[in-house]
Design a protein around this ligand. Structure first.
Ligand code: MTE
Ligand code: MO
Length: 176
């Protein structure tokens, strides 16, 4: 357990330029979207307190996140019925993907605040995923593109041997 939220990423912290930043929602959707940060802030807002588990062993309890329920984005984009997976592309070049079904839980969100403050760049600001029931590497920081797909696009760590299901409760760390 660690007091402060430790940091783990590819070593680059992308700069946020609000003028050029867009959240792209694409793939098998009826309504592809390209949202400015201001438009993201106007979406219905939620907050939750969730623990965070990194596959390398540390956890940090009671992070308070503010942002948008992932289901809100799903509804806005109007998915085609054949969608089964979701890929997240981040501005540091990181990617990860999950089954759509894992993202419809009431605790899966896009976050732009942590513990009452604007989400710092080092923790994924301006916008990151928070998926409390998966290992940290599924919670993409600096999300830029959310793509709804039929087949899974295997992510960065998952290509390098980490479990694709990433369930911290069964200590499901590595792919078998
Ligand atoms: N874009 C991006 N997102 C990422 C990563 C990364 O390298 N790049 N690392 C992941 C891993 S392995 C973990 S444990 C968490 C760490 O989040 P934190 O740095 O805010 O603690 O971010 C995840 N999201
Ligand atoms: Mo991690």
């Amino acid at each position: 357990m660690t007091g402060k939220l430790p940091r783990l990423d590819l070593g680059v912290v992308p700069k946020f330029n609000e003028g050029t930043w867009r959240l792209r929602i694409e793939g098998f959707v009826e309504k592809p979207l390209k949202l400015t940060f201001a438009e993201v802030l106007k979406l219905p807002r939620m907050s939750e307190t969730a623990d965070f588990h990194c596959v390398t062993g540390w956890s940090r309890l009671d992070n308070k996140w503010d942002g948008v329920l992932f289901q809100t984005v799903v509804d806005a984009a109007k998915l085609k019925p054949e969608v089964r997976f979701v890929t997240f592309e981040c501005s540091d070049g990181y990617t990860t993907s999950l089954p759509l079904a894992d993202l419809l839980a009431g605790n899966v969100m896009l976050a732009y605040m942590l513990d009452g403050q604007t989400l710092e760049a080092k923790h994924g600001g301006p916008l990151r995923m928070v998926i409390p029931d998966k290992y940290g590497y599924k919670s993409a920081k600096w999300v830029e593109t959310i793509r709804f797909t039929i087949d899974e696009e295997v992510g960065y760590w998952e290509q390098r041997g980490y479990s694709d299901t990433a369930d911290p409760w069964t200590e499901d760390r590595y792919s078998r």
